[in-house]
Design a binder for this molecule. Sequence first.
Ligand SMILES: [Zn+2]
Length: 344
Amino acid sequence: MRLLLAEHLNFFNYTLARPTELPSTLYLTHGEVLLHAAGVLEYIPDQPYHHCILISCGIHGNEMAPIEWCCQLIEDVLAENVLLQQRVQFQLGNLDAIAVQQRFVETNMNRLFDPKSCLAPLATDTSEIRRSKQLRQYTIKFFDQATTLGCSQYHFDLHTAIRASKQPLFAVLPWLGEQRYAPILFDFLKQSEIQAVLLSAQPTSTYSYFSSTLGVISATLELGQVQPFGTHDLTLIQAFTRTLTRWLTSAPLLEDMNAWQQLTLFQVSREIKKTSSTFKFKFPDDIANFSCFERGACLAEDASGKVVVEHDQEWIVFPNAGVPIGERAMLTLVRAHTDQLIST
Ligand SMILES: [Zn+2]
């Protein structure tokens, strides 16, 4: 595989070439690399390890910064320039969309991880549906093995946002029901200089929610704004890449139990769905994520009526009037009430 990678310049090109005969295992000096499928690669150290970490990127195919960084890290691991001490699986998500640098081809893949939907074929079948099923199967197996081995388990699903943001780097944490969030996750975010955190209010069909239902500490990380391949300034996510690399090359380490107190925590107030073709926002198209509105302000109009700010302040994220009818057009946020949310 190393030879093939050298011939194909890099892991990115190698993956998109979709080799039909995949070399399955490569033995390195201190561990082995398994290539399970195109874009699904796992490193297993020879030495005992205690943590299993899944890093996914490219679930949206045009979000290139994390894809570029992951591919570079994989190449450094294969070239033995970087020695991982933990078991790590990398997943490049939506290969068809990555190949054409589009968010998705037919279906938004980050709406295809509903834990309750079964893995059987559906009436509608798209490449994204097939790929999300495949990724789920590898994820379930990876964390099943981690459980058997008694390892702690993490999943970081890496994205970049479509629009500018008043909080350039932010995390979306899955709804955990009665469970509490792990302090180490907030410490990781603080060290990564990811200042804003959205706490989901209900089950979703995102990848990080799916893995959280397996008992994994998981997060969706939004690492800046979408840019074309090769044009990202990766120094903007340097604190994040340095912190995650440290976790992989040594171990996850909780240094500050109260890191969450230094972050700006939001909780989802409302999910605004588009209910008709007349849906439209009452703010400019290029509005930044985390723009704040005061009580009474009108955010959108739909056939069902006006969407008006109900709290003293509400912040908006992910506005997208172009979604299909019935899908989420925006989230509104309020400051989180942190009592009972974080285990101490
Ligand atoms: Zn995304």
